[in-house]
Design a binder for this molecule. Structure first.
Ligand code: SF4
Length: 246
């Protein structure tokens, strides 16, 4: 299902996932978990952003901070009418730092936003249709060479801004997967991603919804101190063998 972020309406993810939910219990533990989370929480409507550029900016701002803080920073950028990579590039560092201050680490994030903006302007002329036609592997390699962009940010941009098939791994994924015995302790980003991607259909809409559902689960239940008693995954069928519900 090839759709641009602008076309990637809420219906796209939910139509696809509803068709999955309609099927019987999958044998694959990753799909079983997905189905349970989708049944419990419903569609999450990610990524919350009005444009490709807002998604890219949000993916940088959300590093090491809560989404609430990102929203405050993006609101300030919107009020100044600068949710634009070209405008960010043209702006002074001090002004940008002041605007994004609510997102924390604002000096570092100023440098990172500038380098990301420079990449998209210099390498791609912010030609989003051309970017969407480009190969996933090429884009990911390029993004990982941009200052301040690690795998999680690169994959967030590729999946949520450009609808490329890449599963985003974050701290919640690592924690939940670790507690359920899905990944070995200390598993690396690339191994976790490979593990999940090899177990579920290679669909951006599915990757989109799955990551959003795991974030919801991590925020509400699988916290540092887990709330297993009330959690929708508190059943042995959602744990790998030899792992027990808490
Ligand atoms: S059952 Fe417990 S360990 Fe599993 S996801 Fe829920 S809170 Fe986390």
């Amino acid at each position: 299902m090839a759709v641009s972020p602008e076309d990637f309406t809420r219906q796209t993810a939910s139509q696809y996932t509803m068709s999955l939910v309609a099927h019987k219990q999958p044998r694959n533990i990753f799909m079983r978990i997905y189905k349970q989370l989708y049944s419990s929480f419903g569609p999450q409507y990610w990524w919350p952003g009005d444009s490709t550029e807002e998604i890219i900016i949000g993916a940088v701002l959300t590093q090491n901070t809560s989404w609430q803080n990102v929203v405050r920073a993006i609101d300030r950028l919107k009020r100044s009418n600068v949710v634009s990579l070209r405008k960010i590039l043209a702006m002074s560092d001090n002004k940008l730092a002041r605007l994004i201050r609510p997102a924390g680490y604002f000096r570092i994030k100023t440098k990172r936003l500038k380098s990301v903006a420079d990449f998209w302007v210099q390498q791609w002329d912010t030609d989003w249709p051309r970017v969407r036609r480009a190969s996933f592997a090429r884009l990911r390699t390029q993004l990982l060479n941009v200052y301040g962009i690690g795998p999680e940010t690169a994959d967030s941009i590729l999946l949520y801004a450009f609808n490329k098939p890449t599963f985003v791994v974050d701290a919640y994924t690592q924690r939940i997967g670790g507690r359920h015995g899905l990944f070995p302790p200390g598993a690396r980003y690339a191994d976790i991603q490979k593990n999940v991607e090899s177990a579920i259909p290679r669909r951006p809409a599915l990757y989109n919804e799955y990551h959003a559902l795991l974030v919801r689960l991590g925020k509400e239940y699988c916290r540092a101190r887990p709330r297993c008693l009330d959690c929708p995954l508190n059943h042995r069928i959602f744990f790998r063998k030899n792992q027990r519900p808490h």
